[in-house]
Design a protein around this ligand. Structure first.
Ligand code: MSP
Length: 473
């Protein structure tokens, strides 16, 4: 049994959750459930990122005190996480006083690598990021992600000396000691590392008061990313507690847009603290809406609650785990969603359960309580490589095989011919297989898996469910 620690990016609380936010949670949840299935002890962190300009200025636009606004939205994210049935163990808000105090201690520990200097350059509030002159020129001074001109800043900041850590970070990325997935992102990060200068890690309080105060300097607050990244260890109790049971993280799941902070800034902080780097940094693509980036101005933002309400939570988890690629951008449209629901969930899986349960109940076949067995090697390999959508495809081949098995073995014909024992034997074998499939489904569709166990996993006579698992829509 190993100890496993899984981390998710913590969203800014400057708005409501959207379907893109679900990706970090679903990927992490699938991995957490997979590892628990193997008998590992899993800690799994989620949370909300509440400081910084972005949150502060949206609170102001909404006419609310920032604390109140952050709390309201943090609760929306917490509800969202619950609604998605995410099996987290630890939850953090970056406004938690314990987190704030721990961040200040982290800052102090990093002080040998911190110096103060004048910053004169560009900033993007949308990205909460300092922009290099090179990027400024390449983009014509406009953030491609936020469609806004960069701001010019001239201010005193504290800097973290990246040059103290560059060689070590490079070595660990190259050797996969900190493995960055997918491979093409690893190459991107290696290039970026060479171009990264020392990182500004504070903002003057007169520009931004909504942040963690820098210890020993009343005029400065921490740059929001320093405070945000630290959540992965403060939530474990660092530096008050020994975190070596669960740190380094087994896997951190983040979107492609924020990989740079996790691949460069975060390792620099960790090395400065004398802590090991995460074992895997898994970077996912973005969910697009009708082939486009979701944005309020395009009016194509999709409300996840609406998606959940359309065909239920399991359908939501199904689509986002199987049809949204782990690593590259993928599209969501209502048409594709409905099609996947009807053709795959209702036709393939829902029908399978209904057909098999009906045949079993008619022929007095009882369930098997121990359908669980060794996981198929193909599935294991894909799950270990964080290729969850492909692992889910593998599960689906099993679902389709089982449908074919029923068609080919035709238990009803055996019954007609009076070969009841043989029919029962065939059905029992199919029941064992559907239970094995339920085990493979568990990380992705825990609710459905539990229903299949309930129907086929008792030792009484199997009963046909009154309503199918996925009624046709
Ligand atoms: N607050 C930072 C993360 C700090 S982690 C120490 C942040 N927040 S965010 O709200 O902008 O994004 C949170 C997560 O959602 C990120 O992993 C981001 O990549 C992901 N996504 C945001 N939009 C997305 C899509 N459209 N599709 C998939 N993931 C997306 O960045």
């Amino acid at each position: 049994m190993s100890k496993v620690y899984i981390c998710t990016a913590i969203p800014y609380v400057n708005g409501n959750p959207h379907i893109g936010h679900a990706m970090d949670y679903l990927l992490s949840d699938a991995y957490a459930r997979f590892r628990r299935n193997l008998g590992d002890e899993v800690r799994f962190q989620v949370g909300t990122d509440e400081h910084g300009n972005k949150v502060y200025s949206t609170a102001q636009k909404n006419g609310l005190p920032v604390e109140e606004y952050a709390t309201q939205n943090s609760h929306k994210f917490q509800d969202f996480i619950q609604k998605l049935n995410i099996s987290y163990t630890d939850i953090i808000r970056t406004t938690d006083p314990e987190h704030v105090r721990r961040c200040q201690e982290i800052w102090q520990k990093l002080s040998p690598h911190i110096y103060s200097a004048e910053y004169d350059g560009w900033y993007c509030e949308g990205c909460e990021r300092f922009i290099t002159q090179k990027e400024y020129e390449e983009t014509g001074g406009n953030c491609p992600d936020h469609q806004k001109p960069y701001e010019r800043l001239t201010e005193k900041n504290y800097y973290l000396r990246i040059s103290d850590f560059r060689d070590e970070i490079r070595a660990q990325i190259e050797s996969d000691q900190m493995k960055i997935l997918p491979e093409f992102r690893k190459q991107e990060m290696l290039h970026l590392l060479e171009d990264t200068l020392d990182i500004s890690i504070s903002r003057p309080k007169k520009q931004l008061s909504w942040g963690v105060p820098v210890p020993g300097d009343d005029s400065q607050v921490m740059y929001v990313w320093v405070d945000a990244l630290s959540n992965y260890i403060t939530v474990l109790g660092y530096p008050d507690q020994d975190i070596s049971d669960f740190w380094p993280a087994t896997a951190q799941f983040v979107g492609k847009d924020i990989l740079r902070f996790h691949a460069i800034t975060w390792p620099a902080i960790l090395l400065g603290l004398g802590l090991p780097l995460p074992q895997n940094l898994v970077s996912h693509g973005h969910v697009l809406s009708n082939g486009q980036k979701m944005s309020k101005s395009l009016g194509n933002v999709i409300d996840p609650i609406e998606v959940v309400e359309r065909h239920g939570l399991e359908a939501f988890r199904y689509y986002f785990s199987r049809h949204i690629d782990n690593f590259i951008d993928s599209d969501f449209t209502w048409e594709k969603y409905d099609e996947a629901y009807n053709n795959e969930l209702a036709n393939d899986l829902g029908n399978l359960v209904q057909r098999l349960a009906t045949l079993c109940s008619k022929n007095s076949v009882s369930g098997v309580s121990d359908g669980r067995g060794e996981l198929a090697p193909e599935y294991m390999t894909l799950m270990d490589k964080f290729e969850f959508a492909k692992a889910f495809d593998y599960v689906w081949t099993q679902v389709r095989e089982l449908n074919k098995d029923i068609d080919q073995t035709k238990p009803w014909e055996l019954v007609k011919k009076g070969e009841t024992d043989k029919a029962q034997q065939v059905l029992r074998e199919l029941v064992v297989k559907i239970m094995q499939t339920a085990q493979l489904l568990e990380p992705f569709l825990p609710g459905t898996s539990a229903q299949i166990y309930q129907i086929f996993g008792n030792t009484g006579i199997i009963q046909r469910p009154e309503t199918p698992l996925f009624p046709k829509a």
